[in-house]
Design a protein around this ligand. Structure first.
Ligand SMILES: *[C@@H]1O[C@H](CO)[C@@H](O)[C@H](O)[C@H]1NC(C)=O
Ligand SMILES: *[C@@H]1O[C@H](CO)[C@@H](O)[C@H](O)[C@H]1NC(C)=O
Ligand SMILES: *[C@@H]1O[C@H](CO)[C@@H](O)[C@H](O)[C@H]1NC(C)=O
Length: 599
């Protein structure tokens, strides 16, 4: 670096410090899971490993496997098939956990290559001695984005010393068996899960942003069910940065910040002179926060999910509709009090704190078991940062793992979080092949063997070796059963019907065994329910699903268009915001607890 460069760095150094002053007070925590070596004896014990931020960790579960360290392609940067290596385990054998070395290519590529060759999980051995870091996915690489979306195996980074121990044991010809355990990755103290999503209203920020929006739409149905059933308390959050005082009058800060440099976001196009500015994004983020607050006051916090998904569809940047006018139409259509939202938002030009945004900035700093939030999007479940793919099934698994055992709502026991253990040997449960009746039931915690109800008849027995139909126990007893999952069994003995692809049901999980016609229907709930007027039906669950489907279809079309216009910074907002102010000589200057390992 020349003299000139050095002096520039000197001026900008305080700036860097200012940006990081707040987060330095907190700390960055790497989410870990426990790795237990079962054999050989010499290295038996528990070790820490850091969960990768892609793939699907088995939150709430555990997984045993045999470690293999490939002879060739030890960094996993090439396809394993090319050197004739396969990790597919033989029937009856433990699944293969592939150990690869860090370096030369993206973490995600190593995991992708190993998955394609049949690995069930991937362990990456660090190549330098350092505290564990979070392996993140590259956010600007289109080609990488395609395969990252398809990574399903879990991955974990292990430290250098432990990596060496594993290799040594394998070198000695030992069979190395390990168990990866995610059961304590999410605390599960009680029957309510608190979770928060750190998100952004910006819809033109590339791959990660598309994934986030897709997740919001996908997850909305589950979020509504969890929230309305009182199972969860969800809070949305938005990251903002602040402009160092010396720069508040600069063009950059003026275009990116509200309240005289107090709350900023990077420019959506990274171009100050055209399109939307960072401050437009902060303003919409503030509006979304206020939508949540106002909705929460009326005890309907879930309206936030409707607002953000509707806003995304109706007010995209691409169509130049992102902004106040369009937002207010969405607010109106959801029946929210516009004046309350405006009052909550305050004056964005005032040279004063905004209480809502100030709270957000404070919440960014880590507390207790949660580290600082620096990656967008970030999901936090029971005050622990979630790691892994932001995808409905995977996230549901993590949330479900946050309930005290046996208090999980029924949404945790449906198909989205199944483990497919029943597919193998019927999970070791009882079955009557001829009658096509099984006691194996998939749940996110693994399979359970439980005698089923078939055609209104409750089978009884231990579920493992025997189940038999008891004719006296008719459907009402199944209906009288309560608790999560009741409606899954023969619809709890209640009325249910499919109309135009929408399922209506009179079974309500929380209603202690009673059947109740859905809103807009009348009847005894057991044998029949009749639809009443169309306007009433509109508020029924069926209609909610219908709306979701329509939204989904509308959104799907929009995405094809978005995928062409992509510049991404979401995840590396820190890097991006700094790069806008100063040329970064090396990415190493950025405090670095998250890494994508770009060679
Ligand atoms: C990812 O999966 C999708 C759907 O299964 C498939 O169409 C696509 O080709 C896959 N991408 C890669 C890079 O394998
Ligand atoms: C939402 O409401 C609940 C109780 O009604 C309250 O405990 C919570 O703090 C509120 N959240 C926000 C962000 O205002
Ligand atoms: C057995 O039952 C399951 C669901 O109950 C169904 O999907 C499957 O097709 C049935 N198989 C046979 C052979 O009838």
């Amino acid at each position: 670096m020349g003299r000139c460069g050095r002096s520039k760095a000197a001026i900008l150094l305080p700036f860097l410090l200012l940006i990081w002053a707040e987060s330095a007070m907190g700390r960055f925590l790497v989410e870990k899971n426990s790795l237990k070596v079962l054999s050989p004896e010499s290295i038996k014990g528990n070790y820490d490993s850091a969960i990768g931020n892609f793939g699907i960790p088995q939150y709430g579960g555990s997984m045993a496997g045999t470690v293999v360290y490939p002879k060739d392609n030890r960094k996993g940067c090439q396809k394993f098939e090319d050197s004739g290596i396969s990790f597919k385990s033989k029937p009856g054998a433990l699944p293969t956990f592939v150990l690869v070395d860090r370096g030369d290519c993206f973490f995600a590529l190593k995991v992708w290559n190993a998955q394609n060759a049949g690995a069930a999980a991937v362990l990456v051995a660090d190549h330098r001695e350092e505290p564990l870091i979070t392996m993140d996915s590259p956010e600007e690489d289109r080609a990488a984005a395609e395969y990252i979306a398809n990574i399903t195996v879990p991955s974990a980074l292990v430290d250098k010393a432990f990596g060496e121990q594993l290799k040594k044991a394998l070198g000695n010809g030992d069979m190395v068996n390990v168990n990866l355990d995610w059961r304590e990755s999410v605390p599960h103290p009680d029957e309510r899960v608190e979770y928060e999503l750190w998100t952004n209203s910006n819809d033109e920020c590339g791959v990660k942003c598309d994934m986030l929006m897709e997740f919001l739409k996908d997850f909305k149905g589950a979020a509504l069910m969890l929230e309305q059933g009182g199972y969860t308390q969800f809070t949305p959050h938005y990251i903002t940065w602040y402009c160092p005082e010396a720069f508040t009058v600069s063009k950059q800060c003026k275009s990116q910040c509200l309240n005289h440099g107090r709350y900023c976001a990077p420019d959506p196009e990274q171009d100050f002179s055209s399109g939307y500015d960072g401050k437009d994004v902060v303003l919409e983020n503030l509006r979304q926060l206020c939508v949540f607050r106002v909705a929460n006051e009326t005890r309907k916090p879930w309206i936030w999910w409707d607002y953000v998904t509707d806003f995304h569809i109706r007010c995209p940047m691409k169509e130049k509709k992102y902004g106040k006018e369009c937002a207010e139409e969405v607010i109106k259509s959801l029946g929210l009090d516009r004046s309350k939202i405006e009052k909550c938002m305050g004056d964005p030009d005032a040279d004063a704190d905004n209480p809502v945004l100030k709270e957000e900035q404070e919440a960014q700093i880590g507390k207790g078991s949660r580290g600082d939030v620096t990656i967008l999007p970030t999901l936090v479940v029971n005050n622990r940062q979630y790691r892994g793919k932001l995808e409905k099934g995977a996230v549901l698994k993590a949330i479900c793992a946050g309930f005290e055992e046996t208090t999980e709502p029924s949404v945790c026991l449906n198909g989205d979080v199944e483990t497919n253990e029943c597919l193998h040997n019927n999970g070791g449960c009882w079955e009557d092949k001829a009658a096509n009746v099984t006691a194996c039931k998939d749940t996110f915690r693994g399979r359970v063997c439980e005698c089923p109800v078939v055609n209104g008849v409750q089978f009884r027995g231990d579920g493992y070796r025997s189940c038999s139909a008891s004719k006296t126990t008719h459907i009402r007893s199944a209906c009288a059963a309560s608790g999560p999952g009741r409606c899954r069994i023969n619809n709890g003995g209640c009325w249910g019907e499919k109309r135009d692809g929408v399922t209506f049901s009179a079974c309500v999980d929380s209603d202690d065994g009673k059947c109740k016609c859905p809103p807009g229907f009348k009847g005894d709930g057991v044998k029949h329910c009749e639809g009443t007027s169309a306007s009433e039906v509109k508020y029924g669950w069926g209609a909610v699903w219908l709306v979701l489907i329509v939204l989904g279809l509308a959104g799907g079309g929009g995405y094809l268009v978005y995928k062409q216009r992509l510049r991404s910074y979401m995840d590396s907002e820190i890097r991006a915001i700094m790069a806008q102010y100063m040329p970064l000589d090396s990415q190493n200057e950025v405090p670095n607890h998250v890494d994508i390992d770009r060679a």
